[in-house]
Design a protein around this ligand. Structure first.
Ligand SMILES: NC(=O)c1ccc[n+]([C@@H]2O[C@H](COP(=O)([O-])OP(=O)(O)OC[C@H]3O[C@@H](n4cnc5c(N)ncnc54)[C@H](OP(=O)(O)O)[C@@H]3O)[C@@H](O)[C@H]2O)c1
Length: 341
């Protein structure tokens, strides 16, 4: 079978680089074009030396006609706000498009406007929310994906099975999550400067301020989720620790892990682990490790998920969506286990 030509728009960013790393080892695609803005005109290896000797392509200025001429699939790894006009240009030209930004994730336009301060793109109504394990319907043939945020992926993978099974209340959920610094993208800021984040851990966008909150609520059918993100001094990884009220406080603790195991029994990329998960075990992979326990004294379920924000939290998940959309094996190009130690 001929390989499917794919393009990466935003190839000079962190999720773009992770897409290229995964797509280079994918048995059914060929990388046909790289696009960026400031980096346009440079060779990829000048921007990301890890590709030296492996992928010798120039990064070019974006042109929808040119992408459509070369590729059947486009990954858009662009900042929110910049992304949806480019996604629209490519989608209307017949490509399968995977949007890694937040532009198309929220289905309710008013919610989008409240959280992002700009009009929602009506294209969001046509996009599938790209979290395959929770989709509940086949993704084959789907041409437009809103690939979820990294924090929502972590929170949803462990909470949604418990909420859907009626084991925990959808009200009063708390998501306390820690992320590595690559979650903020490659553009340097004071907030991602090594000397300012290298030795400490801090919360940010506290008290209903982080834009991933409505995404978590949308997919859980919940309201008033308390979501507190933290920045930790590591380059990759997310650990989400979630607190939920059991619907039956007398239910034995093992029931929560069993429910997760049952939910993910045929899903190759999510594993229920027996001990609290560690971001170090999923680093560089498209795997998520989930875990749940009951604190019988406090009558709270503690549900945890570890993943790589650039992998299952972004680029790997986008490749997984492409695989399902095009009828490839779900794990094609995504077989790697975490880089540990
Ligand atoms: N980082 C994560 O862990 C993560 C996880 C999930 C989702 N996401 C989402 O994924 C998207 C990309 O994130 P990132 O971390 O990869 O960001 P990033 O490192 O800042 O990269 C952004 C990329 O977009 C390019 N770009 C910006 N405007 C463009 C335009 N008009 N035309 C062509 N290229 C343009 C930049 O090109 P130049 O540098 O050449 O200007 C760069 O390649 C964001 O929406 C982010 O929220 C990120």
């Amino acid at each position: 079978m001929d390989r499917v030509p794919v393009a990466v728009v935003g190839a000079s960013g962190y999720t773009g680089a992770e897409l290229l790393r995964l797509l280079l080892s994918h048995p059914q695609v060929v990388i046909a074009g790289l696009y960026g803005r400031r980096a346009a005109g440079e060779r990829l290896a000048a921007v990301f030396p890890q590709f030296a000797g492996r992928l010798d392509l120039p990064i070019e200025a974006f042109s929808a006609d040119e992408v459509a001429r070369r590729a059947q699939v486009a990954f858009c790894a662009l900042p929110h706000g910049e992304s949806s006009p480019i996604v629209r240009d490519l989608y209307t030209r017949g490509l399968t498009v995977l949007d890694l930004s937040a532009d198309l994730r929220l289905r309710d336009p008013a919610t989008y406007e409240t959280w992002y301060g700009r009009a929602a793109d009506p294209l969001a109504q046509q996009a599938a929310y790209g979290l395959p394990e929770l989709a509940g319907h086949p993704l084959r043939g789907q041409r437009l994906f809103a690939v979820p945020g990294c924090y929502p992926t972590a929170a949803l993978l462990v909470l949604a099975p418990l909420v859907r099974a009626g084991l925990v209340e959808p009200a009063g959920l708390i998501v306390d999550a820690k992320s590595g610094v690559s979650g903020a993208g490659r553009a340097p800021t004071a907030g991602t400067h090594f000397s300012e984040v290298g030795e400490g851990v801090h919360a940010y966008q506290v008290a209903a301020a982080h834009r991933h909150t409505p995404e978590i609520e949308q997919e859980l059918g919940a309201s008033s989720v308390v979501f507190t993100p933290h920045l930790v001094p590591m380059s990759r990884g997310i650990l989400a620790t979630c607190y939920a009220q059991p619907t039956d406080p007398e239910r034995p603790g093992a029931a929560y892990r069993e429910a997760l195991a049952q939910f993910y029994r045929e899903r190759p990329l999510v594993t229920v682990v027996d001990a609290p998960p560690d971001t170090a075990h999923v680093r560089g992979s498209n795997r998520a490790h989930v875990f749940a326990a009951l604190d019988p004294r406090a009558r709270r379920v503690i549900a945890m998920c570890a993943l790589d924000n650039l992998g299952k939290g972004a680029a790997g998940q986008a490749v997984q969506c492409m695989n399902l959309a095009l009828g490839f094996p779900e794990t094609a190009g995504l077989d790697a286990v975490g880089m540990f130690p």
